[in-house]
Design a binder for this molecule. Structure first.
Ligand code: DHB
Ligand code: MG
Length: 229
């Protein structure tokens, strides 16, 4: 198996199952034009998030890591008109690009972008009594996944679904010392590994992770359900 094959199959899947959406295309091209990192989720992953949110009848969604708003738009598509999506972004310049793309997609009214490090904006949200959210998508800097999971739980209810991106990183998850630099953790996977340990140890969570291959290489999604203890 090779990256070329994975990409070709991703394109096949997208060509058959993902209806074109100019607002999503515009969001990606605006991100690229502004020089944002090209690390957004793929169309097939976006559709999976939208379907998960629809299956779950989510009306409130929290996203950690807005980037250019591409995944935000996928998630917002699942929401009812009176739904709410709060998305957290550390980089003000990314948030500005995302704001324009989200507004252009017609979701300006239901999407709130909070700018700042999520470990600051999450406690603020909690103090305001925001949440509980029906679905939480964690896709920000990997070293802080443990803290993000802790705050996500505080902003959850029984039944909340938590999805985490990038939990495999082509196997870097197995190597605590020399992981993928994109874990942003001094080249280690320590944060992501701790995330798994927390998923395993937390009695309020029932979790799994699925390896994926596609246009973004070999990686994985974690999926957790908040349950009664
Ligand atoms: C990368 C991919 C991601 O999905 C992400 O959230 C961060 C980094 C990457 O490929 O480097
Ligand atoms: Mg990601």
């Amino acid at each position: 198996m090779s990256q070329d094959l994975w990409t070709a199959i991703d394109e096949y899947i997208t060509g058959h199952l993902i209806e074109p959406d100019p607002a999503l295309d515009t969001a990606l091209s605006a991100s690229d034009a502004a020089g944002l990192p090209q690390i957004a989720i793929t169309p097939s992953q976006g559709k999976l998030l939208e379907l998960l949110a629809r299956i779950h009848h989510a009306s409130s969604i929290l996203e950690l890591g807005t980037l250019g708003g591409y995944s935000t738009i996928w998630l917002a598509r699942a929401l009812p008109r009176d739904g709410r999506l709060v998305t957290l972004e550390r980089e003000p310049s990314y948030a500005e690009i995302a704001r324009a793309s989200i507004d252009n997609a017609g979701f300006g009214e239901i999407v709130e972008i909070r700018v700042g490090p999520a470990l600051q904006t999450l406690p603020e949200l909690h103090a305001e009594g925001a949440g509980p959210f029906d679905l939480i998508f964690i896709d920000a800097d990997k070293q802080n996944y443990p803290g993000y999971l802790e705050w996500s739980l505080k902003l959850s209810r029984v039944g909340t679904v938590i999805v985490g991106d990038n939990v495999v990183r082509a196997g870097a998850i197995l190597d605590p010392a020399a992981g993928d630099p994109s874990f942003n953790d001094g080249g280690t996977a320590a944060g992501a590994r701790r995330f798994y340990e927390m998923l395993a140890a937390e009695p309020r969570l029932s979790a799994t992770a699925i390896q994926t291959v596609g246009a973004k290489g070999h990686d994985g999604f974690a999926l957790a359900l908040v349950r009664e203890t």
